[in-house]
Design a protein around this ligand. Sequence first.
Ligand SMILES: Nc1ncnc2c1ncn2[C@@H]1O[C@H](COP(=O)(O)OP(=O)(O)O)[C@@H](O)[C@H]1O
Ligand SMILES: [Mg+2]
Length: 598
Amino acid sequence: MPKIHILPEILANKIAAGEVVERPASIVKELLENAVDARAGHVVVNIEGGGRKRIVVADDGVGMEPDDLFLALERHATSKLASEADLFDIRSLGFRGEAIPSIASVTNLTIESRVRELDVGRRITVQGGIIRNVEEITMQPGTRVTASRLFHNTPVRLKFLKTPQTEMSHITDMFIRTALPLTEIHFRLDVDGKPNLEFPAGASPKDRLYILWGQRLTRRAVSFSSDTVEPRVSGYLILPEDSRTAPRHLYAYVNGRWVRDRLLHKAILDAYRPFLTKGRYPMALLFLDLNPAKVDVNVHPTKAEVRFTDPHRIYNLVVSNIKAALDAHARSEFLPRDVSEVEPWQVGRKQDYHPIRFKEASGGGRNLRGSGGNLHISEPVRPASVPAPRILETSSPQYRLPETSPVPFVKLLAQLGKSYILCETREGLLILDQHAAHERVTYEKLKLGAAGTSVSRQMLLTPEVVELSPKEFARIQDLRENLNAVGLEVRPFGERTIIIRRVPALLKQIDITALINELLDDTADTPPSSDEVGLLDHVLIVMACHGSIRSGQALSREEMETLVRDVLSLDSPLHCPHGRPIWKKITFTELEKELKRR
Ligand SMILES: Nc1ncnc2c1ncn2[C@@H]1O[C@H](COP(=O)(O)OP(=O)(O)O)[C@@H](O)[C@H]1O
Ligand SMILES: [Mg+2]
């Protein structure tokens, strides 16, 4: 006798509900989405007993024709898809036709709905998936769905529900998440009959965002928007100094739909990386709008995950736009407001400053990366009378300032405690941490070198031999390619020994053994298979730290000037690669306040 049979519909719906309705918040999500898809202008949610007792979602949208109410209860019944082609052009939040029957199978459900064209509406009452009552009612156009006694017929699932407070907090999260980008709709959340949250229509997402981030951080947040039309990214970014200790505050939306997407989260984190210390995470709100044909939203029962047809493009778009916004912000913080009023850079003695000249193999631009031409760094052209600066002598083209336009922002004052460089700006005093600043400059130069076609290396007079443990020896093999990319040539030399013959030209006076040891320590918990960029970045950070001016090192005026110039020509001169600040500003206004002049 055959053993396979088709499941009764009620059971099939319960099974679908297992995926769609995880907890009260999932019901709120589905009902909110239906209201949004019905083009509502006002949506009111009322929650009782943490959603377990009752969830009501009322909207003033298009409503349902009386007979459509029955259809809405059927599985795979939807007004949002007509043909297979529509599945690849989804412009609504719902499309699976599963929510209403799923909810109906695990609650007592009442749907009331009226279309504008008819004078009366219809109420349909369902218990355990079975229609109990149908009646005519008078009501305003729109729809009201009431789901009560959640999971009363599935005791096992009931047991998994948390306290009403916990469930309520999930509902609130869900409510905020859904409402956040839909600023043209008025949303209200009532809890046990009392108004709890209200988002009036017409505001910007920022006016809703403060609920998540608080007033202060939201006010300080940087907004950004790509200049592309499709795909387009925009959003709000927390300042790096407002970062968090967990990556929990990333909100991403694809075509208005909240998603939990790894690619987008990774792009946000990667873009922030140069601005944050290890263990710190950003808060960001990201909107990605793209042609619906280029994203598959049908990969997850609750539609929380998506798949892009061109993930690389999306990743790069997000990273580059967030980075640009953070860079622009960092620069605006760093520079005096009105450059024209600022005293010009006080170098004046042109003969003191000799930027290194570059021979370019092919005509290429200033950029090492894209030009494709090999850049050969030649020895600096320096009159014999000028002493060679000890460390800061190489300067990559990115940091070379045009000789005709000296930096107009800063006047160099002095070195303080052999650790800080003091500069005057129009706004007051700028104190640079010489180690942090140089570390950042070196890091950027090494990175540029690693990304380019050729790195300038130099041969060591006596090659350095380092003995390692077997584990370290294996680890170094994993790192070799990355080390080589930045100009540190490591070769096996016997069973557990390595030999280093060449180092990046930037790092002349380093203790190589110390560098190797720190590289091994610092990358110890990064698995070899982890992403290349992350590993290379680790290597760069450690190398930059080792190859940089220390605190407590006396600097000549030329060295300080070079460093300040180099820092000022960085894209985001705010933090060292470890995320520590590079400088501190004391404004005249602050001084005047401190000294009671005001
Ligand atoms: N609030 C509402 N206003 C108007 N129509 C609704 C509403 N809720 C549900 N519907 C109708 O019921 C259908 C089924 O809803 P649902 O089960 O959530 O599936 P889906 O949203 O995936 O289409 C929808 O396609 C829509 O036509
Ligand atoms: Mg739906």
